[in-house]
Design a protein around this ligand. Structure first.
Ligand code: AMP
Ligand code: FES
Ligand code: ZN
Length: 311
């Protein structure tokens, strides 16, 4: 197999584009495709400071790498979820990435904001781990952006993530989730930063290949709580469809965004107000994050109360 650009031997075949590339031309393709996505979807301008949410995984570090190479003004943000070895390992990858490139990285320990680590939140509240974790991540990235004057938060969600989320929302006709699914969520309130996903048209395989070819040292292990997650089954199904008909995932997601989403959006306009405690945007009096913090604090007291009284 030859590289379609230079004729040297190819290291990767992209069946959905009916093409193949050598290492250098694939890296160039990946960078160009990302920059084109940012431009076409009006995600941000060259001079805007961007807060890049990094997990230590291949996608977000690949994104940070591309943005740095392309001359964007970036700061990384890592949320330490307190998930034992997984968090220690992923934090170390982010710190090493930042120090090798002289890039700025902010680290926020979730325990300081929520009052408990993510595994402790699950024990205290009995909520599904990933839902409390997702809520905390959305809230804390937004809070960090506002506090530091960033109008934009960029995340590393890729095509597989986005197509799997859409697939799940369609299977259960979750109208609210469908109306929210977008690679660009505009700041619909002064208390919300814009959220963008510049890698949303690149597959997981492509971000892994990019990270490998660029020598990015990322955490390979998945979060221990993601084992058996429904989204993994959706990804598996979509991969099987993709193997039969390359381009299926892209057509599914982009078709939705271009043609169907506008109809969902019209029916789902919500009025936002400010949380009476923290001031962030919410649809209710107290935002979902402040309710989570209350629940954690209440349950921790109930659990530790009699123990400490007897001690
Ligand atoms: P996930 O929800 O784990 O699939 O991650 C999706 C995106 O959210 C990643 O590509 C990152 O941009 C961001 N993200 C996930 N975990 C963290 C974290 N611990 N700290 C900061 N950003 C994160
Ligand atoms: Fe949030 Fe796994 S990363 S529960
Ligand atoms: Zn609040």
């Amino acid at each position: 197999m030859k590289c379609r650009k230079c004729g040297e031997s190819a290291v990767i075949e992209l069946r959905r584009h009916n093409t193949a590339y050598c290492a250098d031309d694939f890296v160039a393709f990946f960078r160009h495709y990302t920059v084109e996505t940012i431009r076409k979807w009006k995600m941000f301008e060259k001079e805007e400071p961007i807060l890049v949410a990094v997990s230590g995984g291949k996608d977000s570090l690949a994104l940070w790498d591309v943005l740095t190479l392309e001359g964007y003004r970036t700061t990384g943000l890592y949320l330490d979820l307190g998930i034992d070895e997984y968090s220690k390992g992923s934090r170390a990858k982010c710190e090493a990435f930042a120090s090798e490139r002289g890039a700025k990285l902010e680290v926020i320990p979730v325990i300081e904001e929520v009052g408990a680590s993510i595994p402790e939140v699950q024990i205290a509240t009995r909520r599904p781990t990933c839902s409390a974790c997702g809520l905390s991540k959305r809230y804390l990235t937004n809070q960090a952006a506002l506090a530091r004057g960033f109008a934009v938060v960029a995340t590393g969600h890729n095509l597989d993530d986005e197509a799997a989320t859409l697939f799940g929302s369609v299977l259960r006709w979750q109208e609210e989730a469908l109306s929210r699914q977008s690679p660009v969520l505009p700041a619909s309130s002064p208390k919300l930063a814009r959220r963008v996903k510049p890698l949303f048209r690149l597959t997981e395989l492509e971000t892994a290949a990019y990270s490998f070819l660029r020598g990015i040292d990322y955490i390979v292990e998945e979060c221990p709580f993601s084992k058996g997650a429904t989204s993994l089954h959706y990804k598996e199904v979509l991969n099987r469809l993709e193997a039969h008909a390359p381009g299926t995932k892209h057509a599914f997601l982009l078709g939705y965004l271009d043609r169907i989403r506008p109809a969902f959006k019209r029916g789902q306009e919500v009025t936002l107000r400010e949380c009476i405690r923290c001031g962030q945007a919410t649809t209710s009096e107290l935002c979902a994050f402040c309710r989570l913090v209350d629940e954690v604090s209440h349950k921790s007291h109930t659990i530790s109360g009699p123990v400490s009284a007897g001690a």
